[in-house]
Design a protein around this ligand. Structure first.
Ligand code: FAD
Length: 467
């Protein structure tokens, strides 16, 4: 029987990063993946393909709406070729997943294709079709990720009533896409098809989109997306989604209890994701699963079985690739006897719409609820020279700092390239910077990053220079 120091089940960003760190630490490592390509949800049907389509549709949208203003004339008009966009997305995914295979080989990690299932706490069966092999694992890291979830009365037919996975490979641009759920995935994919010419309606149960983020971000994003043509039905509880031929009918009740009916040709169900443990036979190893379907772990990402750990979407916390990666590294180092730590408060959240939305730390709502005395500083993107030059004037940066100590407690941004700008806020908060620390740092001119400095000046004592 093949025997390993560490066996990782699942090759998403949690699993493959963990396997690499284990190999770096000198462990004999194997990774099991049930699909033929490595990289999990993120690389195959998540982060990467969605960003590829967001970028392609963004170029198209700019060509149609903004090129003329920049003095670029396109003779004969601009046409969206969805087939080519999807093909290109496939090429981007292929480059990324083959990159992971290269990294596995480079780090001498044994890659096993098949479903990994526990025989007991130290033996794992890898089943690929009719073939199966049992391997021995001193330590196991469960990184089996998540799958799209739905509502009990919605039947996902994958043709007209679809999840994000199908939305990444449609054969046609929808005429009317009805998005159920105004979270990150629904808004990103909704914007892809909005830019390509679809009518897009978003139905959200809560009273605002991106409900987990700071209210000001939600308000600004709603305003900008409405301006772009997206329609919103917030505080609407979906009660039925039916497909008949090429038609989809969605019914939802508003806050007054009145029913609205929306008719479209596709409905994207993006109401969240559920942890995935099907086929894992966790019970054979005695691993506890919570009522919410998550693998239960302690602060060291250890399950109730001491040599079995779990990371990423399958455990509690934000379902984000970079959170899974941090946990992957942490768990490898714990197995090696080190004492790593993750500050979950400093895991940034990003929405890759345009304008982008990014945040780290506490929201104003959270600070109010916790009774923390804070001060807020903000700066509008439209006051930046860089934003005027590119024409990306929507959005702002808001910094929340402790009223007494000036320590930065939360940073919330919406605007061009804020997905990248948020790294400055994470760095500052990691080093427990004050708003004045950021305000006194030189930021290159002209850049979008100047908005961070200006918001910090505003938070320090209302001494922003350019607003
Ligand atoms: P996964 O990536 O889900 O990987 C789990 C792997 O385990 C899968 O490959 C699965 O096949 C395999 N597996 C499961 N069970 C077994 C078994 N028994 N045996 C063998 N293999 C098994 N996050 C971001 O941070 N940024 C983004 O921009 C972003 N965009 C997204 C866009 C979309 C459309 C979606 C759906 C998700 C997006 N996410 C994004 C979320 C991100 O994809 C997940 O948080 C991340 O993939 C979680 O990583 P993971 O390693 O925990 O699990």
């Amino acid at each position: 029987m093949n025997s390993f120091d560490v066996v990782v089940i699942g090759s998403g960003p949690g699993g493959y990063v963990s396997a690499i760190r284990c190999a770096q630490l000198g462990f004999k490592t194997a990774i099991i993946e049930k699909y033929p390509t490595l990289g999990g949800t993120c690389l195959n049907v998540g982060c990467i393909p969605s960003k590829a389509l967001l970028d392609s549709s963004h170029h198209y949208h700019d060509a149609v709406h903004h090129f003329e203003g920049h003095g670029i004339e396109i003779k004969g008009g601009v046409k969206a070729n969805l087939k080519r966009m999807i093909e290109r997305k496939g090429e981007v995914v292929d480059q990324n997943v083959s990159g992971i295979k290269y990294l596995m080989d480079k780090n001498k990690i044994t890659v096993m294709e098949g479903v990994g299932s526990f025989e007991d706490a130290t033996r794992i069966k890898v089943t690929n079709g009719k073939k199966s092999e049992v391997i021995e694992a001193k330590n196991t890291i469960i990184a089996t990720g998540s799958k799209p979830s739905t509502l009990p009365f919605i039947k996902i037919d994958k043709e007209r009533i679809i999840t994000s996975t199908e939305a990444l490979k449609l054969n046609e641009i929808p005429k009317h896409l009805i998005v159920i759920g105004g979270g990150v995935i629904g808004l990103e994919l909704g914007q892809v098809y909005l830019r390509l010419g679809a009518e897009v309606s978003v139905v959200e149960f809560m009273d605002r989109i991106i409900p987990g983020m700071d209210g000001a971000l939600s308000k600004e994003l709603t305003k900008v997306l409405k301006k772009q043509g997206m329609k919103f039905y917030t505080s609407h509880k979906v009660k039925s989604v039916e497909a008949k031929g090429e038609k989809v009918t969605v019914q939802a009740d508003n806050a007054k209890g009145e029913t609205i009916t929306l008719e479209g040709d596709y409905s994207l169900v993006s109401v969240g994701r559920r942890p995935y443990t099907d086929g894992l036979a966790a019970e054979k190893a005695g691993v506890k699963i919570t009522d919410r379907g998550q693998i239960e772990v302690n602060d060291h990402l250890q399950t109730n079985v001491p040599n079995i750990y779990a990371i990423g979407d399958v455990v509690r916390g934000a379902m984000l690739a970079h959170k899974a990666e941090e946990e992957g590294v942490m768990v490898a180092e714990i197995i090696a006897g080190q004492k790593p730590h993750i500050d979950y408060n400093l895991i940034p959240g990003v929405v890759y719409t345009w304008p982008e939305v990014a945040a780290v730390g506490k929201t104003e709502e959270q600070l109010k609820e916790a009774g923390v005395a804070y001060k807020a500083g903000s700066f509008p993107m439209k006051a930046l020279g860089r934003s005027r030059a590119s024409g990306d004037t929507d959005g702002f940066v808001k910094i929340l700092a402790d009223a007494k100590t000036d320590e930065v407690l939360g940073v919330h941004m919406i605007g061009a390239r804020v997905a990248d700008l948020i790294a400055e806020a994470v760095t500052a908060m990691e080093f427990r910077a004050s708003a004045e620390d950021i305000a006194r740092m030189s930021h290159a001119h002209p850049t979008y990053a100047e908005a961070v400095k200006e918001a910090a000046l505003d938070a320090t004592d209302k001494r922003s220079i350019h607003s």
